[in-house]
Write a new protein. Sequence first.
Lengths: 608, 342
Amino acid sequence: MSARQLTLACIAALALAWGFLPEFTLTVMSYIGLYALVAAGLVMLTGVGGMTSFGQAAFVGLGAYATAWVCTSPLAAAWLPAGIPPGLLPLVGLALGLLATYAVARFLGAVTLRLSGHYLPLGTIAWGLSLYYVFGNLDVLGGFTGMSGLPPLTLGGFSLASPLYLGPLIWAVLLFCLWALHNLLDSREGRAIRALKGSRVMAESMGVDTAHYRIKLFVLAALLAAISGWLYAHLQRFVNPTPFNINIGIEYLFMAVVGGAGHLWGAVLGAALITLLKEQLQDWLPKLLGASGNFEVIVFGLLMLFVLQRFADGLWPRLQVASGRWLKPEARRAAVASAAVTLQQRVLPPAGQVLLDARQVSRRFGGLLANNNVNMSLKAHEVHALIGPNGAGKSTFFNMISGVDTPTSGEVRLMEQPMQGRPSRDFAALGLGRTFQHVRLLGQRSVLENVALGAHRRGRKGWIASMLRLDRAEEAAILAEARRQIERCGLAEFAERPAASLALGQQRVVEIARALAGQPAALLLDEPAAGLRHLEKQALASLLDQLRSEGLGILVVEHDMEFVMNLADRITVLEFGEVIAEGTPAEVQANPRVLEAYLGGELNGGGL
Amino acid sequence: MDLQIALILGQDGVVNGAVYGLIALALVLVFSVTRVIFIPQGEFVAFGALSMAMMQAGKVPATLWLLIALAVATLVVEAWRHQRGQPVEWAATAVWTLALPALAAALVLLVKPQSLLLQSVATLALIVPLGPLLYRLAYRPLAHATVLILLIVSVALHGVLVGLGLLFFGAEGYRTPAFSEARFDLGGIPVTGQSLVVVAMAAVLVVAMFVFFERSIIGKALRATAMNRVGARLMGIPTELSGDLSFALAGLIGAVSGLLIAPLTTVYYDTGFLIGLKGFVAAIVGGLGSYPLALAGAVMVGQLEAFSSFWASAFKEVLVFTLIIPVLWWRSLNSRHVEDEE
């Protein structure tokens, strides 16, 4: 039995048993479904995207209050066009709730998500608290007493008043959302989303607008919360501010973290555990402590501390490991490549055309002048090496010509366009591919997925298409392209392995394959030969030679002089932030200033 | 509104702002040294105020039992670490787990202080060691985790402490007698002695912290750790000690803030959270990194709160927390390049 079959069997068993379960169990199950929906959003946000929110309860509140207001307020009745059948009012409420949530989340995200990751959660604490007071103080929304008399949902005239009938709808919505989120993560967009956590610089260089993706992910999580709130309101048929307060927002986060913030099913596990535990604790804690109050938070907090310290990934991965012994591993279904879909192709510029041009580039860090009036150009169909002793300013320069940093003065032009102040994803869009000196791969993901991220810009299918599996043809084309580049770089046997399991030198080659998957015109390599063995270096040299003959312009920052001198057409030498020599390998080797920089003093001969 | 009301509100704002400023300083300190966004800072404020109130009511504050429990737990953890061959700072451990709890217990159980001064000392002895003990138990095992994980730990800890606060002090609020009953008249504006005490005490603490960080070797070590953790460790500054110390300062500032506000407003077991969050809004003005900007932010928060309680008292909290939005927006204007998170 595979994990997939087990999941389907569990769902089928739940569906069959539903009609025979006691009313109380059905109610609890319905709530677990509602909470899991919110927690699933938090899994996407926290475990996958590397952000978090304590204010999800407030979004649940927006969803609940929107429908409550539409369905019961006389004011709403006066505003809405006459003639809407009462059965459709909840749908109007849903639309209003989603709209309001979208607007708030979009705004909050836009304000906080360009900053470091901890500003979003701090912002959501403030937002979660504020909304509670707004709900409680607005008479239109019933103040702290709330609004009652919500109609039940109806489906084709059939009333879904009791958990017996509404529960299946809740679970159907939950399972559909889990399926869609699972699909999203297993797609081109999903790879970009996974890179948001700790690899934003890399993702930007692959052409991903990470701030925008972060906002979208936050909005997605908020919308899931709003849907849960809508269902909640029609299950309770009554709303007041209490369930949408900040401490409930924190409880949602507990569910996601305890269950396993990196796994969608962790949300369901966490929601079930916390809900059942809360039920029990509220029963016997007051008896034990001899006082009534919200004491379960003590236990939840301690549980949370324990889980974070001992099982940082939550409990779901533990279940996976335990069940792995008797579950069959999932057979990877190869996506069918379709001839109909081709990725965007770039027409490479003719040989000799200047691709990248840095003029009088200076970079100052406080009192330190790291680059001083550096000039350098890269042409199509050449290998240009940038060398210099440690601390010469090579990395600083590399950052500026790849859009990670902006020069203090001077100009960088890419494909004849001024790039001053533009982000590195714009560099990628114009045809610049790069690798990193300190390897930046998603270590847990396979080599194939890492390389496929390099082709991100060449696909077009968006989030919704990915969720609904309308992206399969394109996805197959992207994966085929990634495989092609992996084979070309000689790593075919490692394609399915986690990237972190490869030797460091091989990881550098994976980075080259990833850059190539973006079909660049200019390729910037930061110390590509470091950590490679002799034969691997030869293979790398012949790969770069082949790429040059295909018309790429390649800039190499490298310390291995033999490698550089045999490969490069031109060499630029940096020392103390300034260009001290430029020319063919032979010219540079004969240059006395270069000899002095490398060997120190007035040494003659020897050669580099 | 006439000028007189405006001046009275402004005075309120300054007094509240002084307390928020102290808390903002503690938050900036803890964040820059340990990367912990210390949400439970507000609980120190409430615990300080309520422990004082308990002593004045002639009861033993239950924070003493919490302190002893945490001290024992820490001793067990340290002994276990020692067993496994990890280095343990026994001298510092003895201060936090033995000396200060013993002092607190002696004061609370044997001396049963009657004077405000001695009660305040007892309160400090109760609350200050909670900082380093919580640091060692909750945060230190995760010292290498991301800021985000540490923040989640903070929120979990906040939950635990608020729940314990309710258990310890009940749902009722308390107010303590003022340190000064004096009243002045400043050009028609009534000024209470207590508000002067608050502002003066806050000023003294700020100056003391400034001197500590500028002049003392320990203060400089903390600053070095804040600037570059790895570099400071390589220079022989133990990271754990800087963690202990910054959390102890956070405990001190929290307890003092609690003592200062308890005569001005009724403190409930969960009052600390809101006070702490207002400190956060102030600290965020300075990007969680600048002390002067955090103080300026605190004055702003205090004034906004005072004036909004006059114009729209029901929405006072909403207005104060909404201030965070323009502040964050203003900060985001200055961030241009993407950086990876720690």
